[in-house]
Design a protein around this ligand. Structure first.
Ligand code: ZN
Length: 230
């Protein structure tokens, strides 16, 4: 039998228009549809999980820490100094962002309307908030692990403990944290879906490339929850 979990990625004020420091265009418009998914009479979730980007104020992914413009590409070195076969320290080129989701600021808070409904979900349905991005020296897009795949969050253990088989992703942003989370989820052996209409992209102009990354990562793209059989 399917044991599906709903995972809501980073529905946080800094990712939401109009005031979020890293607002994703249209981000606010998906909140209501995501709240509707919390009706556990209608949708028999085995678990409901929300994620929260949760950075120290001096996080390495902030452009301000490198004195460059937000959205620049920078080369980062392996946080533990691991070397490749030629003996050079491994590097990754990644985007740097405006300061966002700093721990205990308004920008890091989860949308209030969503959180109210989340807290009211029937206590028989397991719920969790999984944080990521709290280690200062590395970027996290996936809610499972950092971009170097060194540190695991509580996500996989939480899903395994609850014997979840299927994971359905929604949230922000479709082309970063939702995508990397979903691909890691599929690679961890869960049957993985994303509901495209309940996500928004930072770079919507790259949508077909983003869709390909999902498909190549083993993630099924659904237009709506009606396309999923509970
Ligand atoms: Zn972040």
């Amino acid at each position: 039998m399917n044991k599906p979990a709903l995972v809501v990625i980073d529905l946080q004020e800094d990712f939401l228009p109009s005031d979020g420091s890293l607002a994703v265009a249209g981000g606010r418009s998906i909140v209501e549809g995501i709240i509707d998914l919390l009706d556990v009479q209608k949708f028999p979730w085995a678990a409901v999980i929300a994620t929260q980007d949760w950075h120290p104020h001096d996080h390495i992914s902030f452009a301000s820490q490198h004195s460059v413009e937000p959205y620049s590409q920078l080369e980062f070195t392996h946080p533990l100094g691991e070397k490749d076969e030629t003996g050079s320290v491994k590097t990754l080129t990644q985007t740097v962002w405006p300061d966002h989701c700093v721990q205990n600021t308004f920008g890091s808070s989860i949308d209030a309307a969503f959180l109210t409904q989340f807290n009211q979900v029937d206590g028989k349905v397991p719920k969790a908030i999984v944080q990521k991005g709290y280690l200062k020296d590395r970027e996290y897009y996936s809610c499972f692990k950092d971009t170097w795949k060194l540190h695991k969050t509580e996500m996989e253990d939480t899903l395994r403990k609850l014997e979840v088989t299927d994971v359905i992703f929604v949230g922000l942003a479709y082309d970063f944290c939702v995508m990397n989370s979903a691909v890691d989820c599929s690679q961890s052996g869960f049957t993985t879906y994303v509901i495209k209409s309940l996500c928004k992209s930072v770079f919507p102009e790259n949508i077909s490339q983003t869709d390909d990354t999902y498909r190549n990562g083993g993630v099924k793209i659904l237009e709506s929850i009606d396309d999923y059989s509970f």
